[in-house]
Design a protein around this ligand. Structure first.
Ligand SMILES: Nc1ncnc2c1ncn2[C@@H]1O[C@H](COP(=O)(O)OP(=O)(O)OP(=O)(O)O)[C@@H](O)[C@H]1O
Length: 259
């Protein structure tokens, strides 16, 4: 089967005074349709750079990203992006935030409302549909951002540390909610995190990156069944995979020099 997203030797340099900085060096990865891939690695290893190139927010200096075989040339409605900072419109209610993308898509009002309600319920914000973002907790805002991203029906979700700013309990709840939504509304997900447990708990595969320059280090299969549960999280099998990922992230060899 053709992969959904292909990173083919993607390189990104940033211009600096007196030269350039290699942020991502020949990064290659295939993400299958419906797959949940998490990306971990030390700060500065190019995780966001890679994701932003796939989102079409940043251009590659070399190589390319394709989605369904077509080169990414800019943002597109089939790719939804969720950031750590919730990026909600503060003057719009939860419902209007979720409806926003549908409005741009040209959905008629009744249909917008119906879709928005479904996703607001799905993330457990049914009672807060009329609330403004400033009255919500961080976790609720992030659930609203997830509902908004899902509502426009992107086949791909690109998530950059979406739970990074949340407390541990809310984080675990949102992980379960995201997996539940993912299993119902099957999407291809690429999810950046600094949290090794989160990376293993969510993923089919964990992509470990290395810094200096940013590159692919190792891909680790997570051979654990879905639905993921607390039992799985506490199982020796989970711990074994977590330890492998931990080792790959925290005991990296320096890059081999290449001309
Ligand atoms: N616009 C830019 N100009 C110059 N350098 C940049 C720019 N954006 C990113 N970089 C550099 O590229 C490298 C990779 O950045 P990136 O944000 O992709 O890393 P990351 O792995 O997502 O890091 P973190 O985990 O800290 O968020 C970093 O060293 C960063 O300083």
């Amino acid at each position: 089967m053709t992969p959904k997203i292909v990173f083919d030797n993607v390189t990104r340099r940033f211009d600096l005074k007196g030269g350039s900085f290699l942020a991502l060096d020949r990064f290659s990865l295939d993400v299958a349709d419906g797959e949940f891939v998490t990306v971990v690695g030390p700060s500065g290893c190019g995780k966001s750079t890679a994701l932003n190139i796939a989102a079409g927010l940043l251009k590659a200096s070399g190589g390319e990203v394709t989605v369904d075989g077509k080169p990414v040339e800019g943002p597109g409605p089939e790719r939804g992006m969720i950031f750590q900072q919730y990026a909600l419109f503060p003057w719009l209610s939860v419902r209007d935030n979720v409806e926003f993308g549908l409005r741009i898509k040209g959905e008629p009002p009744a249909r917008r409302r119906e879709i928005a309600e479904r996703f607001i319920d799905l993330v457990g914000l049914g009672q807060f549909a009329d609330a403004l973002p400033k009255t919500l907790s961080g976790g609720m805002k992030q659930r609203c951002a997830i509902a908004r991203a899902y509502a426009v029906d992107p086949v791909i979700l690109l998530m950059d540390e979406p739970f990074g700013a949340l407390d541990a309990l809310t984080r675990v709840q949102l992980q379960d909610q995201l997996l539940e939504t993912w299993s119902r509304e099957r999407r291809t997900v690429m999810f950046i995190t600094h949290d090794v447990d989160e990376a293993v708990y969510l993923a089919n595969r964990v992509v470990v990156m290395a810094a200096g320059p940013g590159r692919l280090q190792e891909i680790i299969e997570v051979d654990l069944p879905y639905p993921r549960t607390e039992e799985i999280r506490l199982s020796p099998e989970f711990t074994a995979i977590r330890n492998r990922v931990w080792h790959a992230v925290y005991h990296q060899q320096p890059a081999q020099s290449h001309g």
